[in-house]
Design a protein around this ligand. Structure first.
Ligand code: DLL
Length: 442
């Protein structure tokens, strides 16, 4: 079979809901929201209890802003209701279960009816299409398969779009490279740090990552920066777009980025109502453009309706562009529970990524170590970062100094920078761990 050329990005046929007006979309949101709130209250004891305790009733939801009267749902609620206490349908109507890895406590379990799975596939298909993927393309899916929503969620979406899916999952990087060389996929779906791992491994094998058949990458599941986008696009000669989601709300495809604008993911607001709240005073709902914690309410889910779920993701809402009725989300600057507080200064790994990637001698491979040296009361941050292959020893010393200064200027924290040899830091297989907290436990 010969390599086919695939149609350009402007010819896509969009879902009707992608093109409706904001007014029409908000009318749809209101009716779906009223249904969801009543449905959750009637079917899930936790919601009935919470609404009753807060003194609100589904009939109080008369306009969209009334949503602010309803109580939040948190990861802790899902944990307490482990495993199936939040499900709104009998078990025989649950077609699939996914769960979080549970590294930070009990796993959170989520369920889907057949209709939920169809909606999910439609929204992932919509996201992939927005990012440039087209029916007939070959899609290399390197998101992890299993209980994680990334692999199977992306898979079903790519199939629904009409693509040929290569379900490789995460890991086995050598094999990924062989299959990319042999099967010649048009698009790759992976976490940004795993795509970096693949590119890096290609270079080690003497393969130019820009020479492959890949044209599009749809990347998510972890925070990444514009600097990382630039790095991956140049190294791999691809267009890289963002896809956002979380298992409690659905999985990948809650929001997706358009390749023609590359200006942040459009939240698919016909299925999810977003809000931004003040993370420190959750009673305050912030306006569009203001930074805070992202909160989602599902509008169509059957097995696990979710009301005002606190994602802990920090971002802001921006007006729609490529899909005018659907607001965009700014880049996730970090998660409120991933924030390092170093001597009173708040710091996120993405800030370091942004600064480090502007220094040509330094690679995107870095990790942050937090320590408290013996006998000292002050915490210490060490940025361990690999130098680029081509850099000399003198170059490294000055690059370390520049990084240290830039972090001090832009973040406000003093730190130690340790430039290490290429290949010496752990590589990503999926979601990369950036922070190593080595401080003695209190
Ligand atoms: O990571 C779902 C997903 C899979 C999204 C594949 C995109 C691609 P969880 O494991 O539940 O679900 O983790 C959700 O990951 O709250 C964010 O903190 C982070 N996250 C997901 N997408 C992005 C993104 C999947 N595009 C958590 N940018 C979320 C930044 C993201 N962070």
């Amino acid at each position: 079979m010969t390599q086919e050329t695939v149609a350009p990005t402007s010819d896509a046929v969009l879902d009707r809901e992608e093109t409706i007006s904001r007014d029409e979309l908000e009318a749809l949101q209101l009716s779906r929201l009223q249904h969801t709130v009543a449905y959750a209250y009637d079917r899930v004891p936790l919601y009935k209890r919470k609404f009753d305790d807060a003194g609100v009733h589904p009939t109080d939801l008369r306009e969209l802003s009334d949503l602010g009267k309803f109580p939040f749902t948190t990861k802790e609620d899902l944990r307490l209701e482990y495993p199936f206490g939040m499900f709104a349908v009998p078990q025989h109507e649950v077609a699939r279960i996914h769960a979080s890895s549970g590294t930070t406590g009990r796993a959170t379990v989520v369920g889907y009816t057949k209709k939920d799975l169809a909606d999910w596939a439609k929204l992932v298909a919509r996201s992939l299409r927005a990012s440039g993927v087209r029916p007939g393309m070959k899609v290399h899916n390197a998101y992890g398969y299993g209980l994680f929503t990334g692999g199977m969620g992306a898979h079903a979406g790519a199939e629904a779009l009409g693509c040929t899916v290569i379900p490789i999952s995460g890991g086995q990087t050598e094999r990924q490279i062989t299959l990319i060389q042999d099967f010649k996929p048009d698009a790759i779906l992976a976490t940004p740090t795993y795509l970096l791992t693949i590119a890096d491994a290609m270079m080690k094998q003497g393969i130019d990552p820009a020479s492959t058949s890949l044209k599009y990458a749809v990347l998510g599941a972890e925070p990444w920066t514009e600097e990382m986008r630039h790095e991956l696009e140049v190294t791999m000669n691809i267009k890289a777009c963002d896809i956002y989601g979380l298992s409690e709300v659905m999985g990948p495809g809650v929001a997706g980025e358009a390749v023609e604008t590359q200006d942040g993911s459009h939240i698919w607001e016909d299925h999810f109502r977003p809000e931004i709240i003040d993370a420190f005073d959750p009673s305050v709902v912030l306006g569009d453009g203001e930074h805070g914690e992202l909160v989602f309410t599902s509008l169509t889910k059957e097995a696990l309706p979710i009301i005002r779920y606190r994602t802990k993701d920090l971002t802001r809402l921006l007006p729609g562009t490529a899909r005018p009725a659907h607001r965009r989300m700014g880049r996730i600057t970090g998660r409120s529970d991933d924030m390092i507080i170093l001597r009173g200064v708040n710091l996120f790994p993405s800030q370091i990524e942004e600064i480090a990637l502007r220094i040509p001698e330094l690679s995107p491979h870095f990790q942050l170590e937090l320590t408290r040296p013996e006998g000292q009361r002050m915490d210490q941050l060490t940025v361990k970062i690999e130098r680029r292959e081509s850099v000399t020893v003198e170059g490294v010393a000055s690059a370390a100094k520049v990084l240290q200064q830039q972090i001090k200027i832009h973040v406000g924290s003093s730190c130690t920078v340790d430039v290490v040899e290429p290949g010496s830091l752990e590589r990503s297989n999926g979601k990369l761990r950036r922070i190593y907290d080595l401080r003695p436990k209190a």
